[in-house]
Design a protein around this ligand. Structure first.
Ligand code: ACO
Length: 274
């Protein structure tokens, strides 16, 4: 089935020097997530995931928003009017690409340039790292229009924030700026909007220097071990490394050689030369 141009235009991307810059692209609607956008985002993630020229994916928003959450008209009102089947399909489409991001082959960075509300916390958490503009505004605004933070947002609040902050943030419907979001653990760091892209590029370039097999194993491990006992985590990590070895037989050996034999770098101070 051919996809309409309007649907394709809901997401924009370019690939430059190993970095895929993907954008929510409905600036006139503050990049809120419609069913069309959710479907297109999955297609774009599909297209980029295994490309050799993509080492890191950055997700940002066109215009003044990162994402104003779910589209209250197209995602909620119109689908609710169609019935349960339509609602469930819309949920599968949005939760689907957020899940895809959580387990993406390449490292991912949320570059939060502006508004980030409600459902936006799904892709925010889906990205491995997150950098915000100090001027950005974050809100679990669900309570302001009469629902609980669904679509995983409550779980994300508890994963990322302290109990007290998660409770306050969810119940009060007040926004926090990028600085407070960093303090609360919603993002790694906040910098002035004017410096955001530069800082994210710097971080992406560091990631591009690392062993990609080890990066994928590491990001998956961080997401998985939280719910394991120590014993299970220890065992999982042994097996995860052994599985990674079968994909990358030479990388870590080269890393050891450059340190122990060639003495060309120190792993404590940087990455080996790929
Ligand atoms: N759903 C549907 N339409 C939206 C959404 C949304 N989440 N956010 C913005 N829009 C639309 C507006 O209706 C408006 O449409 P129009 O031009 O056809 O009138 C357009 O985008 C521009 O929005 P404004 O409100 O005019 O933009 P402004 O810059 O003044 O405000 C703000 C931005 C604060 C983000 C505001 O749009 C807003 O509060 N949006 C809703 C945020 C929200 O609570 N999202 C839901 C979270 S809960 C969830 O996701 C489950």
């Amino acid at each position: 089935m051919s996809v309409s141009q309007a649907e394709q235009d809901t997401v924009a991307f370019t690939v430059e020097d190993g970095i895929a810059w993907v954008k929510f692209n409905r600036p006139e609607k503050r990049n809120c997530m419609s069913p069309q956008l959710n479907r297109q985002m999955m297609r774009v993630l599909d297209e980029l995931e295994y490309r050799d020229d993509v080492g890191v994916l950055v997700l940002s928003g066109e215009g003044t928003a990162w994402s104003a959450g779910m589209d209250l008209k197209e995602y909620f009102r119109e689908n609710e009017a169609k019935g349960l089947g339509a609602m469930r399909q819309a949920q599968r489409e949005s939760y689907g690409w957020w899940r895809r991001l959580r387990w993406y082959q390449k490292p991912t960075i949320a570059m939060v340039n502006g508004w980030c509300f409600g459902g936006g916390y799904g892709p925010l958490f889906g990205c491995d790292l997150a950098f915000a503009a100090e001027e950005a505004q974050f809100g679990l605004s669900e309570i302001n229009w009469g629902i609980l933070p669904g679509g995983g947002a409550t779980k994300i609040a508890v994963e990322l924030m302290s109990f007290r902050n998660a409770m306050y943030h969810s119940m009060m419907g007040e926004n926090v700026d990028g600085k407070k979001a960093a303090e609360w653990g919603l993002v790694n760091e906040a910098v002035p909007l004017a410096n955001l892209k530069e800082r994210v590029t710097e971080v992406a370039n560091v990631l591009l220097q690392k062993n990609p097999v080890a990066l994928k194993a590491t990001k998956d491990a961080i997401r998985r071990v939280g719910e394991m006992t120590y014993e299970n985590a220890e065992d999982y990590l042994v097996r995860a490394q052994e599985a990674a070895n079968s994909f990358d037989n030479e990388g870590r050996k080269e890393g050891i050689k450059q340190f122990i034999d060639d003495k060309t770098y120190k792993p404590g101070l940087g990455a080996y030369d790929k």
